[in-house]
Write a protein that binds this ligand. Sequence first.
Ligand SMILES: C[S@@+](CC[C@H](N)C(=O)[O-])C[C@H]1O[C@@H](n2cnc3c(N)ncnc32)[C@H](O)[C@@H]1O
Length: 276
Amino acid sequence: MSDFLSDNDFDGFRQYIYSESGIHFSKTNRSILESRLKERLRNNDSRTPGDYLNLLKSNKEETRLFLDAITTNLTRFFRNQAHYDTLIQHVIPQLIKYKTAKGDKRIRSWNAGCSSGEEPYTNAMVFKEHLPPGWEIEITASDLSLKSLMTAKEGVYPETRMSSVPEFYQKKYFEPVEQGFKVKDSLKELITFDYHNLKFETGLKDLDIVFCRNVLIYFDEAAQKNVIDHFWKAMSGYAYLFIGHSESLFGMETDFQFVKTDWACIYGKSTGDAAL
Ligand SMILES: C[S@@+](CC[C@H](N)C(=O)[O-])C[C@H]1O[C@@H](n2cnc3c(N)ncnc32)[C@H](O)[C@@H]1O
């Protein structure tokens, strides 16, 4: 029990966070909530956490800023190489085969919970290098953190964040700038960055690939199922889903198939006869 945040207020915030985002804020993260709350209270007229909770309930803009403040945005370029090996060696070849037979040479992909952009930019580089000439790439990348989205849209990263980008990619897709490295426009133009709260359905349709890695871990089972059902609806009849390597759909009632490749385990949707 702390002097700043009563148990009652803490429960009130946890319920509000859950109802607005699906994020299950555990009791062990109480000190994180307290420090972020103190920061937000300094930025507006609320005197106590209780005042601030009331303000949140009537103010959507402040709710966005608050949710931004409590999210964890850790990410990096080429995060989990085994996923990229799976994308390159299995998913892209399978999609090329399936889509070519249908006369469709376009890949539509979504990075749900894209944080500051390293993941969708990595995907864009991989698609550029591994799709045959003439294929179109359309990437949507979304998050509820406005700060992270701003960094993503700007596409400028300090040198310290570039260590996981192989030299070949760095030279081809980035240019050096005073603050570090800037993503070239040829890559940026493949991606649409957008604010989206995964609690709600997206208007996206016919997606071939969804990356939602290291996001579900913050949700409870019911909220995870809700998000997974949204993905199902947004994906085409033959598509792949990547979730974080410590996340799983095990035990969830879903039609997604478990796809075990030589590199990593992912999920897939196939509503016809085509094998994933
Ligand atoms: C740990 S980062 C993962 C980033 C990236 N996918 C990766 O694996 O490197 C989790 C991201 O999910 C976002 N997030 C959490 N809850 C969300 C929600 N309800 N809607 C949209 N984004 C959410 C956070 O803002 C954060 O940027």
